[in-house]
Design a protein around this ligand. Structure first.
Ligand SMILES: *Cc1c(COP(=O)(O)O)cnc(C)c1O
Length: 377
């Protein structure tokens, strides 16, 4: 019998041990609802992390948060929304929930995020046709900040608000400012694979208390002030559970440690592997700090990437190609796109390595040895 090799996951939930205290408290006090002391406590912990520069609303998922972000920016039927192409589908899907259409923007080499030049060209073309886009969706992919200065300046020049998808970038900074608080609206995710987790959940961050309150109103079925159920707007059931928010409070306490652990993983991989021929790691441009949510690297070719991915899989080690750009997805084949070939190239040659904050040295050594063995031959 062949013993199965111990599984190494791409990015596992990593509990601190204090989560159960808050969950038990929710049960003891019977706050088993999408409101209660843990929901307030989690929002308070997030606000503290951002030095109270943003007002958080915790919601049922990052996707729900993105949906409501577009909603409060007034995106509706027939509108155009500029969206980074190299991302997870959840950045783009909510555009279609609202009956709007995405225009996909390819990547720049420096950060792998939206290319400011293509973004501006797309805006100018749309305005030429008398259709000014309603919003810009920019993403800090794998924790690496996008080019905030360039995109903020385009946003100001044309008066188009930015949504900052910070689902992968909690704990990253741009010029020392935490990601999630750099644009008009920021989005976080607490899904099971993210840097901290509530098993499922998200947050919308706004600088305006009024916007934050409007988001909570919409997320709780848009009930007007009345003893009965009175509605003058369409609402959603998107608020976070008080049970899950308890997990979030305890996870916020260990966020700095989780960022350090993920950055250490990256440094280890880079140190061990960067001598191998043709391997490339994405370094931090001046002024940017990535939480290194996932360590990513580029091989010389698709074939080399696949060879390593399959060798890892054989040893029960999970790795994954980079996000497949949205402009190459069948579901979005009819949408407008501004291409330069960069995201397609990244998708074909790139791989995400196991990056959990709970990886042990022996796990990292096992992974590195296997990659070396497969590239040296
Ligand atoms: C995870 C993720 C989301 C969606 O968050 P959920 O909480 O899973 O709905 C959105 N955008 C990006 C870039 C993500 O990685």
């Amino acid at each position: 019998m062949i013993a199965t090799k111990e599984k190494i996951w791409l990015s596992s939930p990593h509990m601190s041990g204090d989560e159960e205290h808050y969950i038990k408290e929710a049960f003891r006090t019977n706050w088993i609802a999408p409101l209660g002391p843990n929901v307030n406590g989690f929002e308070h912990a997030i606000a503290n992390f951002y030095n109270h520069s943003v007002k958080p609303a915790v919601l049922s998922s990052g996707t729900a948060s993105i949906h409501l972000a577009f909603k409060v920016l007034g995106v509706g039927r027939g509108d155009l929304v500029l969206c980074q192409s190299m991302t997870f589908a959840a950045s783009a899907n909510p555009i279609t929930y609202l009956g709007a259409n995405p225009i996909f923007i390819d990547s720049e080499r420096e950060t792998w995020n939206a290319c400011p030049e293509l973004l501006e060209r797309a805006i100018l073309d749309a305005m030429d046709k008398g259709r000014k886009p309603k919003a810009i969706m920019a993403v800090h992919l794998y924790g690496m900040p996008y080019n905030v200065a360039a995109i903020a300046s385009i946003s100001q020049k044309y008066g188009i608000p930015v949504i900052e998808d910070s689902a992968e970038a909690l704990g990253s900074t741009y010029l020392g400012i935490p990601c999630g608080s750099l644009a008009d609206i920021g989005i976080l995710s607490f899904n099971g694979n993210k840097i901290i987790t509530t098993s499922g959940g998200g947050a919308l961050l706004s600088k305006s208390q009024a916007v934050r309150d409007q988001v909570v109103f919409l997320a709780t079925q848009a009930r007007d002030e009345a003893p009965h159920y009175e509605h003058s707007q369409i609402g959603y059931n998107y608020r976070m559970s008080n049970v899950l928010a308890g997990i979030g409070i305890a996870q916020m306490d260990v966020l700095p440690e989780r960022v350090e652990a993920r950055r250490r993983n990256f440094e280890y991989y880079k140190c061990q592997l960067s001598d191998l021929p043709g391997l490339e790691f994405l370094s931090e441009p001046e002024g940017m700090k990535s939480n290194r949510w996932l360590t990513t690297l580029l091989f010389r070719s698709f074939e080399e990437r696949e060879k390593v991915r399959l060798a890892l899989l054989e040893e029960n080690i999970e790795s994954r190609p980079l996000w497949k750009p949205m402009h190459l997805q069948k579901v979005f084949r009819n949408e407008l796109k501004y291409e330069n070939g960069i995201s397609e190239d990244l998708f074909s040659r790139g791989l995400c390595l196991p990056s959990g904050s709970d990886l042990r040295d022996v796990d990292l050594m096992r992974i590195v040895d296997l990659i070396k063995k497969n590239l040296e031959r």
